[in-house]
Ligand binder design. Structure first.
Ligand SMILES: Cc1cc2nc3c(=O)[nH]c(=O)nc-3n(C[C@H](O)[C@H](O)[C@H](O)COP(=O)(O)OP(=O)(O)OC[C@H]3O[C@@H](n4cnc5c(N)ncnc54)[C@H](O)[C@@H]3O)c2cc1C
Length: 496
């Protein structure tokens, strides 16, 4: 069975979801096609969540442009979409005259990229800005515009807002083949309304065929394959793997502290999170595509790097380590955003290695502009709503609001995750959002059940039980993450 849309976006990572949110403002039908059973399953769930300011990409690169602009847009996007964003500022710490010279170069780079208010500060100012920064640091690049987010929260918020504005999300639909229906026929000049254009692509998935006029390739580590399937550019993606460690919550979240960067990496960074944890991010090593293992040597590199920036950091408080892979286009240290040079109607947002989180709103904005630049007439929807009402967050609510919620429904008072204070009603809400959670990890990313210091030791079976009840399936059919990652064999005590 084939369904037709004006625009199909392949990949529901932060890039695809941000583009869907941006393009949903036009009178066009849009489908996001995702291989996994949820949004933000690729690199978008396995990163440091830093909204880097944009002082390190080489001036003139696409990366430099979208990084600085993306960082700027985050205030607006977080207001509209209701996700948490802390613009705390950051420091790159230097310990020598050589480091000072490197910071000067970084500052010039940042100014060329349009990053505002960069300044090199001395020891007294460093201590004032972040009292826990290494007191051996003699200089620092102070950058007030840096911030951090929960990256999957951003992707989910974009997906929910896109859905509310009419976008369809097709999940568990890995693209297996793409037919080009018009070959290399150029986009016609004349009637440029997108909906008047002929269909150009038939995208085959196990969930059926999606036909579309415009195809946006935002498939992360699968982007080279999508381009190849469509007969567009041939390129190779390397998997630049990174390990990350999450520490328990601190009374006060740390300001992001960076070392002086290397040519390929920002180095090991220590940062607070929007929920008060500390994150040490990230190593960078070329590994086999798909390798999400954590390595003892990498974790050692993380802890040593972190101690150099924050000597009093209690690295025994690590609650979780994980890994992800940056999709790096071989031979191009840049993002590829724009129309295919060989296949009319196809647009790439590929090679979004890092900083794809920081850049996402600007990548979406750029994709919007690029579509207009081809001469397509995209009509604004009069009823487009940029606002998303964030779900209730019991733990962050006032005692009065908590009491009102419990009064309304006692399930708000049944705490399932004790570490993060997540009640049953909040889990039910996460399952019934659109697109909603269908796995234990999907619940965790939406409302933090299982995200705390016990890492779901106490609440996992209850979350499985609630998912099975709400989705109308057996507990044994509830996956930890993707289809096949079953965790229960039989019945649950509570479910009997
Ligand atoms: C360790 C690490 C730390 C990082 N830290 C930061 C940071 O602090 N700040 C920052 O800005 N950036 C950071 N990044 C980079 C950031 O995570 C990525 O740039 C960003 O997540 C890329 O998002 P994406 O949507 O392009 O790709 P992805 O999130 O990988 O999404 C691509 C999606 O496409 C889907 N897909 C692939 N093939 C197919 C197919 N055939 N059919 C259908 N769907 C398909 C996948 O399932 C996936 O969901 C980090 C990355 C790593 C690995």
């Amino acid at each position: 069975m084939a369904e037709s849309f004006d625009i199909a976006i392949v990949g529901a990572g932060i890039t695809g979801c941000a583009i869907a949110r941006q393009l949903a403002r036009y009178e066009n039908s849009i489908c996001v096609i995702e291989a996994g059973n949820d949004v933000a399953l690729g690199a978008s769930k396995a990163n440091g969540g830093l909204v880097h300011a944009g002082y390190d990409p080489a001036p003139g690169t696409v990366k430099a442009q979208v990084n600085a602009r993306g960082c700027e847009l985050y205030s607006q996007w977080s207001n509209e979409l209701g996700f948490l964003f802390n613009r705390t500022g950051s420091m790159v710490l230097g310990f020598s005259a050589d480091d000072h010279a490197a910071l000067e170069r970084l500052m010039q780079n940042g100014r060329a990229n349009g990053v505002p208010e960069l300044e090199i500060v001395g020891p007294e100012h460093i201590r004032h800005l972040e009292p826990r920064a290494n007191e051996q640091a003699t200089c620092a690049l102070w950058c007030p515009s840096t911030g951090y987010v929960d990256p999957f929260d951003v992707a989910i918020a974009c997906a929910e807002n896109a859905t509310a504005n009419g976008v369809t999300f097709l999940r568990e639909a890995p693209v297996q083949a793409i037919d080009t229906l018009l070959g290399n026929a150029p986009l016609p000049v004349g009637s440029r309304r997108l909906s008047d254009q002929p269909e150009r692509f038939a995208i085959h998935t196990p969930k059926g065929t999606v036909r579309c006029r415009i195809l946006v390739n935002a498939a992360g580590n699968g982007a080279a394959l999508i381009s190849h399937m469509a007969g567009a550019e041939e390129f190779k993606l390397a998997w630049r793997q990174g390990n990350i460690a999450v520490l328990d919550k601190e009374p006060r979240a740390l300001m992001p502290l960076y070392p002086v960067p290397t040519p390929i990496s920002k180095g090991v960074i220590v940062t607070g999170t929007v929920h008060g944890n500390t994150v040490i991010t990230a190593t960078a090593a070329l590994r086999e595509p798909g390798d999400r293992d954590t390595y003892a040597a990498d974790v050692e590199t993380l802890l040593n790097g972190a101690r150099k920036l924050v000597p009093d950091l209690d690295t025994r408080r690590v609650v979780r380590t994980f890994a992800g892979g940056r999709a790096v286009i071989e031979g191009l240290n840049d993002f590829m955003i724009g129309p295919s040079a060989v296949l009319p109607g196809m647009f790439h947002a590929a090679g979004i290695q890092s900083p794809g989180v920081a850049s996402a709103p600007a990548i979406a904005e750029r994709m919007d502009r690029v579509l207009h630049d081809t001469g397509l007439d995209l009509e604004k929807r009069p009823d487009w709503n940029p606002m998303r009402r964030a779900p209730e967050d019991f733990d962050r609510s006032s005692p009065q609001h908590q009491a009102e919620l419990i009064e309304h429904d006692p399930a708000w008072g049944r705490i399932v995750c004790r570490c993060e204070t997540v009640p049953e009603a909040e889990i039910v809400q996460a399952i019934h959002r659109s697109p909603g959670a269908v796995s234990v990890e999907g619940v965790k990313r939406r409302c933090r059940a299982g995200m705390g210091r016990c890492q779901s030791g106490f609440c996992q079976s209850r979350v499985v039980h609630i998912l099975a009840r709400e989705l109308g399936c057996e507990p044994s059919a509830v996956p930890l993450e993707d289809r096949g990652s079953w965790i229960v064999d039989g019945t649950l005590k509570e479910g009997r």
